[in-house]
Write a protein that binds this ligand. Structure first.
Ligand code: GLU
Length: 481
């Protein structure tokens, strides 16, 4: 194993990585991050990156559950080489390898029953010693084998010495072989176990680098025992620390352990923001915060992934998202935001409004909320917030009457002209601009915060603006006080 050249692909062998999610109904962001690291590593070294859906749990592996994974990866911009592999298609091959191990004498038929195992487990517990499978069938004479009893196929795990992994992230990790059990390869119904299936598939797919969550580190020692028993080339391992919550505890739903689709649909995160956030979670390049996909490919090295768990920080993700929203193309944002507004949304108007709307939003929902005022319809359906209502005092309404009269005369309805007109008006009245802008904003948007008031007027257009102002204004002829 190439210790020492941490991070480099080593040798001339082309790099092949894989991402091997199990369909659980959602693509957990922690998993998406390991997928991203596997993808980046292969792309960096000009190798291949493969996708294998581990669909051996038939009940959970529905088409919907698989599509959630495929959609999420596609949305993040992670494209895999060749076709998608499905672990369930290789069951016959898994059984074949188990039988080869049997023939080689590296595995055995074990006839221990569940009851016998339970009893031994109990005894170990009572005697306060760790339970190890110590099967009398491991070295039994073939003549003593029962003909008609169900059996599992177990690996003859090494008993002496230790197994060492030079992990590209964790460094050197060793386990005493006395701790490794004779694991089951093939169940009594002939179905392969996860341990066997992963090893066989990785080998058959030519995987050179296994990059995955460090919750699989313990499995790696067991998987290596199978690989060695088969005399197969050993992959390099990189076990990436899991993501923790902002309080250091294991990431739970409360911290943001949602599926990638929830970030997209419910939270309104842009893919480039999530890509960058996941990239920077555990990997860094100096102080730099933002990377294009190409830059990430050029700079990424697994050696720069830290050993300690990274903390998920929703605020940071949102501020990154705000940055990418500001950078994003206006027509694209309009298309993304329109469905969040509803049928009344007009994408052309949204796209025109985007330069002033997008400077304020952290996510697409905020962007939609900020844009809602544009689509109030007439007869005026604009609902005022309580705060906006409070601004519309009698005095304010009188002021709006004067603003209305003045703006009716305005022919050049552009942001700059409206700005100079209303500034001049405020000056003539000896009022601060805020005094005039606040009730105007309340009348035009129904809210107390909005884009710049002159932009709002220009976006709504003369007719709509005046209708909204007049709906709140007191004109001298109707002023009864
Ligand atoms: N299917 C496993 C999981 O989703 C990953 C197996 C592996 O990466 O070796 O946790």
């Amino acid at each position: 194993m190439a210790s020492g050249d941490k991070g480099s692909a080593g040798g001339n062998q082309p790099v092949v990585t894989r991402f091997a999610p199990s369909p659980t109904g959602f693509l957990h962001i922690g998993n998406a991050r390991t997928g991203l690291f596997s993808w980046l590593y292969a792309r960096h070294f000009g190798g291949k990156t493969l996708l294998r859906i581990e669909d051996t749990d038939k009940q959970r592996s529905t088409k919907e559950a698989i599509d959630v994974i495929l959609d999420g990866l596609d949305w993040l911009g992670l494209d895999f080489d060749g076709e998608t592999h499905f672990q369930s298609h290789f069951e016959a091959r898994h059984a074949e390898v188990a039988n080869q191990l049997l023939e080689k004498g590296a595995a055995y038929r074990c006839y221990l029953t569940q009851d016998e195992l339970a009893e031994r487990r109990e005894r170990a517990k009572a005697e306060r010693r760790p339970f190890r499978i110590d099967s009398e069938w491991r070295d039994c004479d073939p003549a003593d084998r029962p003909q008609d009893r169900p059996y599992v196929i177990r690996l003859k795990a090494p008993k002496e010495g230790e197994t060492v992994i030079e992990d590209l992230v964790q460094g050197r990790v060793a386990v005493s072989n006395s701790e490794l059990d004779d694991l089951v390869l093939l169940r009594s119904d002939g179905s392969p176990t996860y341990m066997l299936a992963v090893v066989v598939d990785d080998h058959d797919m030519g995987v050179t680098h296994v990059i995955r969550g460090d919750d699989h580190l313990n499995n790696a020692f067991r998987q290596l025992a199978i690989i060695r028993a088969m005399d197969w080339p050993e992959p390099q391992y990189a076990h990436v620390p899991l993501i923790h919550g902002s309080d250091g505890a294991k990431l739970s739903k409360r911290h943001g352990a949602l599926g990638v689709d929830a970030y997209r649909d419910e939270l309104g995160i842009l893919p480039e923001a999530l890509f960058n956030y996941l990239l920077r979670l555990g990997w860094g390049h100096g102080d730099r915060e933002e990377f294009t996909q190409d830059e990430a490919v050029t700079l990424f090295d697994i050696a720069d992934v830290g050993k300690s768990p990274s903390r998920f920080d929703m605020k940071k993700l949102l501020s990154l998202n705000a940055h990418y929203i500001r950078e994003a193309d206006d027509a694209r944002l309009a298309d993304l935001v329109a469905p969040r507004i509803g049928e009344e949304a007009d994408t052309a108007l949204l796209a025109r409004a985007m330069p002033v709307l997008k400077t304020r939003a952290h996510d697409l929902n905020e962007l939609a909320e900020g844009a809602n005022f544009l689509f109030a319809t007439r007869p005026l359906t604009l609902t005022l917030t309580e705060k906006a209502e409070a601004l519309l005092t009698q005095d304010a309404k009188r002021l709006l009457g004067r603003v209305s009269a003045r703006l009716h005369e305005e022919r050049d309805w552009t942001t700059a002209v409206l700005e100079s007109n209303l500034k001049q008006m405020a000056e003539e009245l000896g009022l601060g601009l805020g005094k005039l802008a606040q009730p105007l904003r309340a009348a035009l948007t129904g809210q107390t915060t909005s884009p710049g008031i002159f932009d709002v007027l220009a976006l709504l257009g003369k007719e709509e603006s005046l209708a909204r102002i007049d709906a709140q204004a007191l004109h001298p002829d109707e002023d009864k006080d």
